[in-house]
Design a protein around this ligand. Structure first.
Ligand SMILES: [Zn+2]
Length: 296
């Protein structure tokens, strides 16, 4: 007897994204961009084929990219401080190990680039952060969760990201995820959502955009004066990923999902005439007000 599926047809379709009213953050809201230090990386990690050369080419030097690590800090007049991404942990030598640092050295000054210091430079205190949203659980974005262990600060992440990252860390199948924060049981106050688009608060929308990781979310703010601002995290490490469609190199996990996510973000940005901030690009970052200056 042939198999007859009794599911609703819609269950077999690709997840659909609804056109949602995104809302606007209230008057008095502020947005700071935080500089959490630099990483130096082989360019082939973020641009596919960049460090592949024909056999006839003479010996060539490594091509490297200097990347900035970015966090977004929002002051909501009623809900307090909301943070998107946290940078690295402080002690990367212990956490990452010397072999990883040899390939990807970090340039970081604790007095300036640590998460508490970068938040303090805005006139705020890390102790007043109420909500953290994590784009994805790689070590250069989720490492700063060490500051929120054993607190009641809500840590929001897409359900698929948490599941994939936990599985990856527990089995060791993908070492980009940081075991330190995934395998510590209930000591972080995880909150998850499973929809493709999620309104955290009016004016703060999370869009799941898979590709770099399974459940990466971009951070979409609608500010009362500055309008729409979108932080893409590592959907686009550098502008070539976005503008020319050059895919990531060794950091790509799902090429076809990434292509679909890129189209989705480009449509969103164009339709909203949004300002966009890529995951690690210094020039893009420098086009925003430099903390302690802010958008509102
Ligand atoms: Zn990153």
């Amino acid at each position: 007897m042939p198999f007859v599926c009794r599911c609703e047809p819609a269950l077999h379709a690709r997840p659909r994204r609804m056109a949602l009213p995104y809302g606007t953050l209230p008057q008095g809201s502020k947005l700071w961009l935080l500089d959490l230090g630099d990483l130096s990386i082989d360019e082939g990690e973020v641009l596919s084929g960049s460090t592949v050369f024909p056999v006839s080419a003479p010996p060539v030097k490594h091509k490297r990219r200097e990347l900035i690590m970015i966090s977004a800090l929002v002051l909501h007049p009623k809900r307090g401080l909301i943070l998107y991404d946290t940078g690295t942990c402080e002690d990367v030598l212990t956490s990452w190990g010397s072999a990883a640092l040899e390939c990807m050295p970090r340039y970081w000054n604790k007095e300036k680039h640590s998460l508490p210091a970068a938040i303090a430079a805005t006139g705020n205190d890390i102790k007043d952060v109420k909500i953290v949203v994590i784009s994805h659980l790689h070590s250069d974005h989720a490492g700063g969760l060490e500051h929120f262990i054993d607190t009641d600060v809500e840590v929001w992440v897409h359900e698929d990201e948490l599941k994939t990252a936990f599985w990856s860390a527990a089995t060791g199948v993908d070492t980009m995820f940081n075991k330190d924060y995934l395998l510590i049981g209930g000591r972080l106050n995880w909150k998850t959502f499973s929809s493709e688009v999620f309104t955290l608060l009016p004016g703060i929308t999370l869009h799941r955009c898979a590709g770099h990781t399974e459940g990466l979310v971009i951070f979409h703010l609608t500010l009362p004066a500055a309008g729409d601002v979108i932080f893409t995290a590592d959907m686009f490490h550098v502008p070539e990923n976005y503008y020319q469609g050059v895919p990531q190199g060794t950091l790509m996990r799902n090429f076809y999902a990434w292509k679909r996510s890129r189209s989705y973000i480009m449509t969103l940005v164009n339709n909203l005439e949004a300002r966009v901030c890529f995951g690690h690009d210094k020039v893009c970052f420098s086009n925003f007000p430099l903390s302690p200056a802010y958008l509102e």
